[in-house]
Design a protein. Structure first.
Length: 188
């Protein structure tokens, strides 16, 4: 397999081969540093077999630069910095989503008894408890929480809608989640 075909054979989330943008002649130095990037990621990611995916992500970031890529003087240093930034971004997303605290859904909850009257009653009670817990939040915290967690807005969009800073939205959502979690974890 030649160097050009390796970069164009990336896979999407479903595992299908997806064509990648073609390299321009000024960006062919990317391939010269593939093994360096692969080694960098193998040492730093939990699953070494994911290293190639990370290399592709770095390449996509570089390709997204467009004409600015012509200004790069040291491809090796630039690519290693891009790789480092990619891992930092991945870590931040993981921390923000609290991925290490995720637990599998018990099989007992996966049954098909959705219309079970007892389950419906428990669901109503939980919704009522959530509604009451939301009333204990300040109006600004409640609005920020609902915009981000229910309506699915980004923190930036919620901040623009509320007229506050993005960091303030993040703090409100984080504190609201902690407060709601502690209130709803208490036995009724």
């Amino acid at each position: 397999m030649n160097k050009r075909s390796r970069i164009s054979a990336s896979r999407d989330a479903a595992g299908r081969v997806a064509p990648a943008p073609q390299l321009t002649s000024g960006m062919e130095p990317l391939e010269a540093h593939r093994s360096t990037l692969r080694s960098y990621f193998r040492r730093r990611v939990g699953r070494p077999e994911d290293a190639e995916d990370f290399v592709q992500d770095v390449y996509l970031r570089v390709l997204a630069m467009g004409d600015d890529a012509d200004k790069v003087r040291s491809w090796r240093g630039f690519l290693l910095q891009a790789a480092s930034n990619l891992l930092i971004d991945k870590h931040r997303r993981s921390e923000a989503r609290m991925e290490k605290d995720h637990v599998a859904v018990p099989d007992a909850l996966l049954d098909s008894g959705i219309n079970d009257p007892e389950r419906v009653l428990i669901g109503r009670d939980e919704l009522h408890a959530l509604s009451e817990a939301l009333k204990t939040l300040t109006p600004l915290a409640r609005d920020a929480f609902l915009l981000v967690r229910v309506e699915g807005l980004s923190h930036r969009d919620a901040a623009a809608r509320l007229g506050i800073e993005t960091k303030a939205v993040s703090r409100h959502v984080e504190r609201s989640l902690a407060r709601l979690g502690s209130m709803l974890a208490e036995p009724i």
